[in-house]
Design a protein around this ligand. Structure first.
Ligand SMILES: *[C@@H]1O[C@H](CO)[C@@H](O)[C@H](O)[C@H]1NC(C)=O
Ligand SMILES: *[C@@H]1O[C@H](CO)[C@@H](O)[C@H](O)[C@H]1NC(C)=O
Ligand SMILES: *[C@@H]1O[C@H](CO)[C@@H](O)[C@H](O)[C@H]1NC(C)=O
Ligand SMILES: *[C@@H]1O[C@H](CO)[C@@H](O)[C@H](O)[C@H]1NC(C)=O
Length: 337
């Protein structure tokens, strides 16, 4: 087989090399974090219900901010300032989507999300925005349902997009009926958060199971959005989603600074035709390498007929293998610094 172990080491070495340069906590927050709603009373109320416009970046980000606030007490034993809360990964990733223009209307038919227009707008035609819906609205409503958020399930709803309303859900009960499996997985995660007996590894297991189940349904439902992008961007988005599948069994701890550092390797703008990694001039060497690596993983996945994934998953079932994996990463990390 053409793909050798040393290749894999180089790839993972590069991916995790950037983790060592640690950032401060406030630098790691998503854009507009401070300005976004941080409690339910910051949202509009109609007929006794909070109404959240999740097609507006600060309001969608606010759902994460409330979620992080309400779950902070379960993670405070690990580190101050909620830094070890594993729900940070979702919020930080959404910030990256906004910052890099991935929430904007890719069809260019509207100015939604574009710098020159309504730059806080989130477009229903954006692949990232729609995928993220399943990773924001669903974890949010499941948290409400589990009682963590301190409000009744009937008291909060989100606004529908301008089209494809059937592909989304808007309150606790409609999310349950439209996406029962996904909601069940998120609910299980919160049950384990609430029972203080779960350790971090356990929580990561349930978090990643829920994450993968959201992603699986979302990818199917929004595949058609990829046609709006350049081949380079569509490939990247697909490859990124595949990479997340590989990351899940390793139970990567999606804490604040770790996720932020990891994200420094991702493209800082939407890719256009003509972008050829590793020769994209306005990207760092690290970002170019990541694009190559994601492409390599996709090729390997395809070439082995997904056998590579099955093997990886089996290996990652062993706690010792996961630990070793993390230790190797940390070694490589130090080596690069
Ligand atoms: C929540 O809903 C209940 C019952 O519908 C209502 O009595 C209550 O005022 C609502 N709470 C808020 C904060 O709107
Ligand atoms: C949660 O939000 C409330 C209201 O904004 C704030 O007073 C509190 O300090 C926050 N808690 C944490 C742990 O961030
Ligand atoms: C939830 O949303 C569905 C579909 O949008 C709607 O029919 C239902 O009345 C809503 N339920 C509550 C409790 O708001
Ligand atoms: C779990 O820990 C939190 C925060 O320390 C505490 O408020 C709560 O009562 C605990 N719950 C259980 C079920 O022990």
């Amino acid at each position: 087989m053409a793909f050798s172990l040393s290749w894999a080491c180089v790839i993972f070495g590069c991916i995790f090399a950037s983790l060592a340069g640690t950032s401060s906590i406030s630098e790691a927050y998503p854009p507009l974090w401070k300005e976004s709603p941080g409690q339910f009373s910051d949202y509009n109320v109609e007929n006794g219900k909070y109404i959240i416009n999740v097609w507006h970046y600060p309001e969608r980000l606010g759902t994460y901010k409330i979620l992080l606030n309400k779950t902070a007490k379960y993670f405070e034993k690990y580190a101050p300032e909620n830094e070890q809360n594993i729900l940070w990964g979702l919020a930080v990733q959404h910030g990256w989507q906004y910052h890099t223009g991935r929430l904007a209307d890719p069809t260019q038919m509207t100015d939604c999300g574009h710098e020159s227009g309504d730059h806080l707008c989130i477009s229903v035609d954006s692949w990232s925005a729609d995928i993220n819906y399943y990773l924001s609205a669903m974890p949010f409503f499941a948290a409400v349902d589990s009682g963590i958020m301190g409000i009744s399930s009937d008291n909060v709803t989100v606004l529908p997009p301008s089209k494809d309303q059937m592909s989304f859900c808007y309150n606790v009960s409609s999310c349950h009926s439209s996406f029962p499996e996904v909601m069940k997985k998120w609910n299980e995660f919160y049950q384990h958060v609430k029972s203080n007996s779960s350790n971090c590894d356990d929580l990561l297991k349930y978090l990643w199971a829920a994450h993968v189940s959201s992603l699986e349904v979302a990818r199917k439902n929004f595949h058609n959005r990829l046609k709006y992008y350049s081949k380079q961007e569509a490939d990247f988005e697909r490859n990124w989603a595949l990479f997340v599948d590989y990351l899940a069994p390793s139970l990567f701890p999606t804490t604040l600074i770790r996720t932020h550092e990891f994200q420094k390797g991702l493209p800082t703008r939407v890719l256009v035709s003509g972008d050829r990694a590793p020769f994209i001039k306005d990207f760092t060497g690290f970002q170019n390498t990541i694009l190559l690596a994601l492409n390599f993983i996709q090729k390997m996945h395809e070439y082995t007929g997904t056998l590579s994934f099955a093997v990886w998953k089996t290996l990652m079932k062993l706690k010792i293998a996961r630990k070793l994996f993390v230790e190797i990463l940390e070694f490589i990390l130090h080596f690069f610094n």
